[in-house]
Design a protein around this ligand. Structure first.
Ligand code: 16G
Ligand code: ZN
Length: 448
């Protein structure tokens, strides 16, 4: 590992989070080398199957960059390997070799039996080429097959300012320059097409957003009805959301659809993990990331159905369920597959966008950010702030003054900011609550 001089670890604290490693590009060189090492080991662990490495910081600003490892079937890295990768990224140079050897032994990775294969790509940031060569140096320690795809389509161009799903969600308006007419049916996806939102303008010229929560409710309600029609009493249906889910979507799912709702931390991997606990696990973040997972038990059950014991109506439902499963991308949220799912269900229900939107009314909500996330820690799926001490109590005291008020603060996993979420019964109250909570965060974080 002579390359270590070039990729010297200087004591920075690196964490492989929901967005992989993501931070200022200038701090990432030594991490990239170590990602190369681990990606190669991951491939060997899978007997030489191809593992992906993508260098991108998605919609973060130009000075940031990041990296993610992708498993052979397109899945995210499993938790244990994320932890190992975090440990390896934070290992002083002189201990790196031994740490890698220990890991190889612990995981029984047959490094002499299989040749690793790695596909690597990067986005168009200035820093990406250098970082990509550092990953390749790491991989090369193992004499691997490297497929360098170079510059790939990048979500960097779709930022929170020029267009895209994030813009539509955060600003609650159509992409800039787009003229919406009554009757238009629109959807917006993000740069890497793993999230989708619908929107339209109603007859009063009001912009109406159908976000991940609306999609989740549409899908889970439809699937719950099919399960009921087919009398599959032992098949569980669950909805997984994050703290960002609109309070009225959660209430609708629980009280009207009678579906259990679980809240997890922000980040697809947490929702995905939890969704596996149901036969039909629907998971969506409000921002439009999500999909549905179907258990093997359910798939077996529908395979072994005695068709003659079903009415024509039930046979039709069974057919629909099979097609819905076929249509769903269970590996990862996929905007195009989600779009087809939504379109199919709207068609089968005979719903217009307005009918769908009218299932429940969103509580007005706001998202803002305040600088410096370092002293903020949370618990209870990010709904409760643990530190700085006293901040949660102060938020509770403020929230109490608002009708249907709810607010939480959490450190962002992708930028160095504290995110503030607020919802309340009216637009004005949501505005005021968000403002008050931002002030509280400033006050409590300035004290430190
Ligand atoms: C990442 C996550 C997304 C989450 C977002 C939160 C994936 C594929 N993406 O983009 O699920 O909503 O981070 O960002 O897991 P934040 O921590 O900056 O609010
Ligand atoms: Zn995305």
């Amino acid at each position: 590992m002579n390359a270590l001089n070039k990729y010297h670890y200087d004591g920075t604290n690196y964490i492989y989070g929901t967005a992989g490693f993501r931070m200022k590009a200038e701090l990432l060189l030594c991490v990239m080398y170590r990602v190369g090492l681990v990606a190669a080991l991951r491939s060997v662990y899978y007997q030489g199957k191809c593992v992906g490495v993508m260098i991108t910081a998605s919609h973060n600003s130009e000075e940031d960059n990041g990296v993610k490892i992708v498993d052979p079937l397109g899945d995210m890295l499993e938790q244990e390997w994320e932890n190992a990768l975090t440990k390896i990224a934070n290992t002083p140079d002189e201990l790196l070799k031994q740490t890698i050897i220990d890991f190889v032994i612990e995981k029984k990775i047959g490094i002499n039996q299989f040749t690793p294969s790695i596909a690597i790509g990067h986005d168009s940031r200035k820093s990406s080429i250098l970082l990509s060569s550092a990953v390749k140096d790491g991989i090369s320690i193992f004499k691997a097959n490297i497929y360098d795809y170079g510059l790939l389509t990048t979500p960097q161009l779709i930022t929170r300012d020029i267009c895209g799903a994030d813009y539509v969600k955060l600003h609650q308006q159509p992409p800039r320059g787009m003229l919406l007419k009554e009757g238009d049916r629109c959807a917006s996806i993000d740069g890497d097409a793993d999230r989708i939102l619908y929107f339209y303008i109603n007859k009063n010229q009001k912009f109406c957003l159908l976000d991940g929560d609306k999609i989740a409710v549409l899908l889970s309600g439809f699937l719950k009805d099919i399960v009921k029609d087919l009398h599959m009493e032992n098949i569980s249906v669950g909805l997984i959301q994050t703290a960002y889910a609109n309070g009225n979507s959660t209430a609708y799912a629980k009280n009207i659809l009678e579906i259990p709702v679980i809240c997890t931390s922000t980040g697809v991997k947490y929702l995905h993990q939890k969704a596996k606990e149901y036969d039909i696990g629907v998971y969506f973040e409000s921002n439009g990331h999500g999909t549905v997972l179907f258990s093997e038990r359910l798939k077996k059950t529908i395979k072994t159905f005695e068709l003659s014991s079903l009415s024509t109506f039930q046979q039709e439902k069974l057919n629909v369920l099979r097609n819905i499963i076929e249509l769903t991308n269970e590996t990862v949220g996929d905007a195009l597959s989600d779009c087809l799912l939504v379109e199919s269900i709207l068609f089968l229900r005979g719903f217009s966008l307005e009918d769908w939107n009218n299932l429940y009314d969103d509580l007005p909500n706001r998202q803002c950010k305040v600088s410096n996330r370092n002293c903020i820690t949370t618990t209870d799926a990010e709904r409760v702030c643990r530190t700085p001490h006293g901040l949660q109590e102060a938020i509770n005291a403020v929230v109490k003054n608002y009708t249907s008020g709810r607010s939480f603060v959490r450190p962002s996993g992708t930028e160095n900011v504290v995110r503030v979420y607020a919802e309340a019964a009216t637009e004005k109250e949501a505005d005021e609550l968000a403002k008050e909570v931002c002030e509280l965060v400033k006050k409590f974080t300035e004290k430190i």
